[in-house]
Design a protein around this ligand. Structure first.
Ligand code: EPU
Length: 432
């Protein structure tokens, strides 16, 4: 096991390049199961969630060839299994995309209920309702989701999302893409990765319109053909570097981004007194003076993303005055608060509301990551805190951030990875 050790309190400077989007990659890679040909997928991030989903495809019998660190070729033509190994799929939330993909391909899927970060109950009822609307019989037995299309074919249907769910919207698209007839998804989620999945599928011969709006139309096609596609940059990774500069101060150019995707984040940073300049595919972020308070409410895109809530909270801990956060998506996304308090932060939580009284300085302490974004937020706080911050359970962070330590070192941060003796690591994991 390993931990991060950060000597904080130093401004950041230089240039950092953003990797491909995790939440697009973990849907697009399973989508390759629907393709009768070789898919070349470029700009995949080198993170453990991607390694895991590629392993699952291999276990199913797909040919997976890593052309280089960020490009993979997937050949699903000879897959015969619709059953996903339990021990792998339980490790990640996004394994639910295998249900839509296998159902779309074989008219049958058997996948264990998904795992992932603990942010609350995280139901998948909307996914299952969408499959049922398309004609599948769905049941959950012994921890597995069984979905079967009678006589092997799904049919197009009208699907109304009770809630704009990212995963259910993408899963409905995956199942519908090769169904007979047209599917309309209403109250669809609009996140950038939904558009990216639609663009990937269309590149392979699908007929999907409206992605990025709240009505998506999928006209079923008989088959999909191979092709090449490049994944969009990661909005949340870019946002995390914006937050790091906001908290620690400095002047950084963040390259390989789609600035439009960052508007919901940069608008808030500007309210806090941070300067953000947009260029074609980069942004420059400068923070020199004191930070001002603000309020945040997390919402589906284009609202402020829940996946940036912990990182912005780290910044607000150091802003003048009182800030209020209202978490509008997940019921349990404040598990980092007790760790932030160890750094000297003043935060009170009541249900979905967190009230943060800004303090003049944070001081380093020993922390433990409890989920992916909470862990990233601890890094952001540690970069701003005076003295030494240690962060354990970094496997959570490595699920979603490629070369975080190297990238931050490139910005002048004093952060390194240190091995934790086996016994200490086990104790930390059990306590978590
Ligand atoms: N919901 C239901 N029923 C469902 C599905 C969702 O009630 O069947 C509810 C959820 O409980 C939640 C809301 O709908 O309150 C939104 O959930 P959504 O389905 O949009 O989330 P998700 O697809 O499970 C993805 C990301 C999360 C991100 C959310 C919201 C992936 C693999 N995960 O989760 O990312 O927080 O969208 O934007 O794409 C992360 O990257 O750290 C992360 C947790």
């Amino acid at each position: 096991m390993q931990k991060y050790v950060i000597h904080g309190g130093k401004p950041l400077s230089g240039t950092v390049s953003i990797s491909g989007a995790k939440n697009a990659a973990v849907a697009i890679i399973p989508a390759a199961l629907l393709v009768d040909g070789v898919c070349r997928i470029e700009n995949i991030p080198q993170i453990s969630d991607v390694t895991l989903i590629l392993r699952i495809l291999q276990e199913l019998g797909a040919g997976v060839h890593l052309v280089n660190r960020h490009t993979v070729e997937i050949d699903s033509r000879h897959i015969a299994s619709f059953r996903v190994p339990d021990q792998l799929s339980r490790k990640m939330r996004a394994s639910y995309y295998l249900i839509g993909s296998l159902l779309g391909r074989f008219g049958r899927a058997m996948v264990s209920m998904p795992g992932g970060c603990d942010l609350g109950t995280r139901p998948i009822d909307l996914h299952l309702k969408s499959f049922q609307a398309l004609g599948a019989e769905v049941s959950v037995e012994s921890g597995y989701v069984h979905a079967t299309a009678p006589n092997g074919r799904l049919h197009g249907a009208g699907i109304y999302m009770d809630q704009a769910s990212v995963g259910a919207t993408m899963n409905a698209m995956l199942a519908a893409v090769r169904a007979d007839g047209t599917t309309t998804i209403e109250n669809a989620a609009k996140e950038p990765h939904i558009v990216d999945l639609a663009n990937f599928l269309n590149t392979m011969g699908a007929d999907i319109t409206g992605a990025g709006t709240d009505v998506i139309r999928v006209r079923g096609v008989k088959s999909l053909h191979g092709g090449a596609y490049s994944i969009i940059p990661d909005q949340i990774e870019a946002g995390t570097y914006l937050a790091a500069v906001t908290a620690a101060g400095g002047d950084v150019v963040i390259q390989n981004v789609i600035p439009k995707h960052l508007d919901c984040i940069t608008a808030k940073l500007e309210e806090m007194g941070v300067q953000v300049e947009e260029y074609g595919d980069s942004v420059r972020v400068v923070r020199r003076g004191a930070l001002r308070r603000t309020n945040i409410k997390t919402m589906p895109y284009p609202g402020f993303p829940t996946d940036m809530q912990p990182q912005i909270a780290a910044c607000l801990c150091l802003a003048e005055g009182t800030s209020v956060i209202n978490e509008g998506i997940w019921e349990n996304r404040y598990r980092y608060v007790s760790e932030f308090r160890r750094l000297g932060a003043h935060i009170q939580v009541d249900g979905k509301i967190a009230v943060i009284e800004g303090v003049e300085r944070l001081t380093g302490a020993s922390l433990r990551a409890c989920d992916l974004r909470a862990g990233a937020a601890m890094v952001v706080a540690g970069l701003a805190a005076e003295g030494t911050t240690e962060i354990g359970c970094i496997h959570y962070i490595e699920r979603g951030y490629e070369k975080l330590v190297e990238k931050l070192q490139g910005l002048g941060a004093d952060i390194r990875v240190v091995d934790v003796p086996e016994e200490d690591g086990q104790q930390a994991d059990q306590a978590g």
